[in-house]
Design a protein around this ligand. Sequence first.
Ligand SMILES: Nc1ncnc2c1ncn2[C@@H]1O[C@H](COP(=O)(O)OP(=O)(O)OP(=O)(O)O)[C@@H](O)[C@H]1O
Length: 324
Amino acid sequence: MPAIECRGLSKYYGDVRGIEDVSFAVEDGEVFGFLGPNGAGKTTAIRTLLGFLSPTNGGATLLGHDATDPVESRRARERIGYLPGDPGLDRDRTAGAFLDHQAALRGESSRDRLVERFGLDESRRVGDLSRGNRQKVALVAAFIHDPDLLLLDEPTSGLDPLLQEEFASLVRERVDDGASVLLSSHVLGEVAALCDRVGVLREGHLVAVESVAELRSRGGKQVRVRVAEDVERGDFERRGIMNLRVGETVSFTWTGEYDALIDLLSGYTVRDLDVVDAPLEEAFMTFYDGDVPGPVGGERQRSEGTTPAETPADSTAASGGDTR
Ligand SMILES: Nc1ncnc2c1ncn2[C@@H]1O[C@H](COP(=O)(O)OP(=O)(O)OP(=O)(O)O)[C@@H](O)[C@H]1O
């Protein structure tokens, strides 16, 4: 049984499309990443799966429970850890009081361990914490009861690189213990480092589901190189190179193998070299240019003009204030 099975899920906010006809599965023990630029529908998908938003169409199961049934959904959430994109913690409460509340709902088998690991001072008022420290509180809350499934919306936003590493280790440990994870990000590198497979969202549609290896080769690397020799544009115009700019430095997006790049540069005296993941936006423009492709793995189910019945869950979502 997959940890998450999502079938033709659509969520419209009135006439505004959040997600449309999204179908995918997160297998048991898998780390699945939702990748997409701002407004692509990542948060909408996660909140609809969790039952905080009522779907316009389609359905989903979480840990075998029907996500569209309020009772079933609540039962599933007892075994789920959720990190909201905007945790919206009550600033007047202490971190400890917030964790007490979470613990009362779901248990706290890992609380002490996590508080120590993240160096959290539970006596501090949430409002007095830095953004990164508030994110730590929210992370501890998500993992506090050793959940079987984690839904994490932009989990590393606000965390410094050391804490990002700590977070990545935490995810891997949970997965080693049998948990499954769905996380969202707009940072290609982060998703590539943590996830087994990635679902690419664009304008509310799931336009691709790929292994990280496939995605990596699509996204490419952004290369900036300064060489001692004079460079002609034609020297670099070849297969695997895009967005070429030739000036004092040569920059381009490289979508080939590293060996071929090294071969190419070995003809020069390299003074400076910078190779980083191509920005996601660029990868999108390059690979998903033009019309939005059809949905992955599902049939269109929404009839035009359908508008959702807004529920109390929707108003909670709009406030962004829940921390379940
Ligand atoms: N409460 C809401 N009311 C109306 N429209 C909304 C609401 N929440 C989201 N949307 C719209 O739904 C679409 C998807 O937004 P969503 O927040 O799910 O994207 P996202 O990928 O999570 O973006 P981000 O990375 O900025 O958080 C956007 O067009 C957004 O404007």
